[in-house]
Design a protein around this ligand. Sequence first.
Ligand SMILES: NC(=O)c1ccc[n+]([C@@H]2O[C@H](COP(=O)([O-])OP(=O)(O)OC[C@H]3O[C@@H](n4cnc5c(N)ncnc54)[C@H](OP(=O)(O)O)[C@@H]3O)[C@@H](O)[C@H]2O)c1
Length: 301
Amino acid sequence: MHMATPLLPKNSTFFHFPLPITKTIPSIPFSINRTGSISMSTSTKMEGSDITEEIRESTESGGNVKKKIFVAGATGSTGKRIVEQLLAKGFAVKAGVRDLEKAKTSLSKENPSLEIVKADVTEGSAKLAEVIGDDSEAVVCATGFRPGWDLFAPWKVDNFGTVNLVDACSKVGVNRFILISSILVNGAAMGQILNPAYIFLNVFGLTLIAKLQAEQYIRKSGINYTIIRPGGLRNDSPTGNVAMEPEDTLYEGTISRDQVAEVAVESLVHPESSYKVVEIVSRVDAPKRSYKDLFGSIEQR
Ligand SMILES: NC(=O)c1ccc[n+]([C@@H]2O[C@H](COP(=O)([O-])OP(=O)(O)OC[C@H]3O[C@@H](n4cnc5c(N)ncnc54)[C@H](OP(=O)(O)O)[C@@H]3O)[C@@H](O)[C@H]2O)c1
């Protein structure tokens, strides 16, 4: 039995760490429908971030428009990486942020595929539905409360805020939802109630319990979801490969935010990720596997 290690490693942080991504993108046609399933019109095999592609759909007039993804928490350390990786993969992005001025400095400038909109997840589903609009194919939620004086902030943001986003999706007919959650959210049921990370994060505003509540709401909502539960987040570049396990399995380990963003983006192009909860950490001894294989190895429950 391994000793449990804290979820927050020394080099993890709640704050930003800009990561410019400058990949060139050859064109491979994809199709994502409103149920979240994606088909490629070529036999190209996807292998993590090794291949980049343009993600477009045809319009009735015969033109091409890029698939648009709404990202909540887009100025966050993981959120901004998700935005950059989506853009690099050829998606259009609607970046939901609390502070438009901050977003101007932290997100890519003058990218015609990037739209920045104001979206505070605590302000209710009706307002969120307006900003998500009828042109988003999927919503990625990378929000997390910012530590401060409000003890209820985790509950407001990580539970109610996520619930608001799901309700907004149902209002505008978006049927694909990706959540960045956390390992150990169900720590009590896993026998990890004395795990220092479980104690620390729950003492601080019941954070993990708030996230678990939101997860349960998503799973009951009927929306096509992928819930991604990473281990402790690191800002540094990946040092190992992604190890993906079923829910309520991992209780220690860390992962680079780059890899968490990659898993979120890859979940949008792999139907094997649908209706699944996956736990991820990075391990130097983990074999390099395709995302089709990784997501495919997790059973739906
Ligand atoms: N830290 C860890 O080791 C760890 C481990 C596992 C899972 N996680 C989870 O992984 C996720 C991403 O973590 P991170 O450290 O990359 O995030 P982060 O840098 O703390 O960013 C959080 C984002 O949420 C936004 N946000 C906060 N309150 C909001 C609100 N009311 N409405 C809309 N957006 C709001 C923030 O906006 P502003 O930029 O405007 O503040 C920011 O963009 C979080 O859910 C976190 O709990 C973290």
